[in-house]
Ligand binder design. Structure first.
Ligand code: SF4
Length: 244
């Protein structure tokens, strides 16, 4: 599974100049889960990540490469939740390393289903006092943080552990990184562009899975396949194809 590798490699250039804080996965540090969507009213809110129309980028990439994702980890670029006082630009990225999910008979469909299930995790994490609102159309994930959660010491390390705990329940996932970005100098426009490219790749995978023809010369997805390493190989199996 190489189709997201270019994007995973590009992330390091988009996070700003500061070194990240790194936290190893520790399930005992997961933040309390509310069990279901919890409404936080504006008067109860301390601030919003991505509020006031600021960037709020979210995407998930999958790879089989151990070099790209070597351990379970949470990374934070920029201020932590306890040091934020007002709406701030935000991004949360998830990078997942899986086994070779495209090597079986029904490879493309299996890969697609696995990726889809992994991405659905974001709809199953309900940290208390951390109200997530997503829009898959424009790849936004905006978060309202309650004053009470700030008082009780909520942090990205705790939230990252909540996400990792969920991802680790999927037997396809070998290791995972959750990256939070609040750094003012991060390249949010570049992150948004990467999110949109991820969306295009996943959409192409959907079309391929629906059984589209294998004639590249008349295919509307050719611009994406020309740009994304491994896309054509995914459609045509492991054989390198020659139809251009
Ligand atoms: S490999 Fe060719 S036919 Fe398949 S999606 Fe890409 S451009 Fe279209």
């Amino acid at each position: 599974m190489e189709i997201y590798n270019q994007i995973i490699r590009s992330v390091a250039e988009l996070t700003g100049k500061s070194a990240p804080q790194r936290y190893a996965y520790d399930p005992s540090r997961a933040w309390e889960d509310a069990g279901a969507f919890e409404l936080i009213m504006a008067r109860e809110a301390a601030f919003e990540l991505g509020g006031d129309n600021l960037p709020a980028v979210n995407f998930t990439c999958v790879t089989t490469s151990p070099e790209l994702i070597d351990r379970d980890e949470i990374l934070l670029y920029g201020p932590d939740l306890g040091a934020i006082w007002a709406s701030t630009p935000f991004a949360r990225l998830t990078l997942l390393r899986v086994g070779d999910i495209e090597s079986d008979d029904d490879d493309t469909e299996q890969a697609f289903r696995a990726i889809q299930n992994m991405d659905f995790v974001k709809y199953r994490v309900f940290p208390k006092g951390y109200m997530i609102r997503t829009s898959s159309e424009n790849h936004r994930e905006q978060v309202r943080i309650s004053k009470d959660a700030i008082r009780r010491g909520i942090s990205f390390e705790r939230i990252g552990n909540s996400f990792l705990q969920r991802y680790k329940q999927d037997p396809n996932i070998i290791s995972a990184k959750v990256i939070f970005i609040t750094a003012p100098d991060a390249d949010y426009a570049g992150l948004q562009k990467a999110a949109s490219q991820v969306g295009k790749i996943t959409m192409s995978l959907t079309k391929i899975m629906e059984g589209m023809s294998t004639d590249c010369s008349s295919c509307m997805l050719k611009p994406i396949c020309d740009e994304v390493e491994g896309m054509k190989e995914l459609h045509f199996g492991k054989e390198k194809h020659t139809t251009e």
